[in-house]
Design a protein around this ligand. Structure first.
Ligand code: PHE
Length: 341
């Protein structure tokens, strides 16, 4: 017990030493050759003590010595590094730090808006995987291997084990049409947002990865008129009530008839400007009546009718905001992103 209080007193004194001089005096006092601890070690020589007592006391003394040396070393360092500066007085009248609020990326904002409008038209959103089979991405969509239009859907293939079916990064969201139809009987109408991949050289209007929104409606009696009506309503929700669409004949293997949808230029109202290349029209989507071969591939009965469409999210975001380079969306430059509150 006496040894405990001795240790306590010595530790307090060492850690409270005012300067290195005071610390040195304390070192001599407790740990020096004639110091208090040395004296106690000397007591071990007392012949009146049993060997067992001596060994117990020896161990205790060594432990105390170790602690004191530790405290001495600690205080030596803390005296060298100087006192911990006292906290400056706080000025409570200074304005506070306003935390930066996060916000959605302009592409997410655009996508949300597109989906909101389709939702209001009765098209809920569903999704599919980005890694696809050749069957879903091509064959079932009436694009056989030797078909020249495969070249229009240049594709990243993934390494797969020899003998297994090739896998690829989907080059459009249309394969989700196949997946959805295989697992749902008509009637239904859905939209499919998602990321797609094409090995395009990156420039102001192309990237190897971008986003599409696919649409698919299958129900008895649907006509091209329904397709036009849905897309026209969507365009007005998206670009304002004066938005006009026109449909120009086109070819897609998975729709027949097929069309491209052009939006009357929202910058010049159709009179021709730099953005629309003096054409007055901006191409924004592909669409058509689902090809009978596609229904056949998913096992739907002959005579099934429906329409499908697909649009690029980046393209629409660029039009909405007058962004002239697609790469700005991917560079994560806050000077650009902060412009989209
Ligand atoms: N999948 C087509 C594309 O990526 C777009 C499209 C979808 C066209 C559905 C018609 C119907 O270009």
């Amino acid at each position: 017990m006496e040894l405990d209080s001795f240790q306590e007193e010595a530790l307090q004194a060492l850690s409270g030493a005012k300067d290195s001089k005071a610390l040195e005096l304390l070192r001599v006092k407790y740990l020096g050759r004639k110091g208090a601890l040395t004296e106690r070690f000397a007591a071990l020589k007392d012949p009146a003590q049993s060997p067992a007592e001596k060994s117990r006391l020896g161990q205790q003394l060594n432990e105390v010595k170790r602690r004191l040396e530790e405290a001495l070393a600690e205080r030596t360092v803390s005296l060298q590094t100087g006192p911990v500066p006292s906290r400056p007085k706080q000025d409570l009248t200074l304005p506070g730090h306003v935390p930066q609020a996060g916000r959605l990326h302009p592409l997410s904002q655009t996508l949300e808006r597109i989906l909101e409008i389709f939702q209001s038209l009765g098209f809920p959103a569903v999704q599919g995987p980005e890694v696809e089979t050749e069957f879903n991405n091509f064959e079932a969509l009436n694009i056989p291997a030797e078909h020249p239009s495969r070249e229009n859907f240049d594709t990243f293939y993934l390494k797969t084990a020899v003998g297994t079916a090739p896998a690829l990064l989907r080059s459009h969201t249309s394969p989700v049409q196949i997946r959805f139809m295989k697992s749902h009987p008509p009637p239904f109408q859905v939209v499919v947002p998602g990321r797609v991949y094409r090995p395009d050289a990156v420039d102001a209007t192309h990237c190897f990865q971008f986003h599409q929104v696919e649409g698919l409606a299958v129900a008895p009696g649907l006509t091209f008129g329904d397709l036009k009506g849905v897309l026209a309503s969507w365009a007005q929700g998206m670009f304002g009530s004066s938005a006009r669409l026109r449909f120009r004949p086109h070819h897609f293997p998975f729709t027949e008839p097929s069309a491209e949808g052009d939006l009357a230029c929202i910058f010049c109202s159709g009179s021709g400007c730099r953005v629309c290349g003096r054409k007055g029209w901006l191409e924004i989507l592909g669409c058509g009546m689902v090809h009978p071969q596609v229904f056949k591939a998913v096992g739907y009965p002959a005579g099934t009718v429906g329409f499908a469409f697909g649009m690029g999210v980046e393209r629409i975001a660029m039009l909405l905001h007058g962004v002239e380079d697609i790469r700005l969306f991917y560079e994560n430059d806050l000077r650009f992103l902060r412009q989209f509150p």
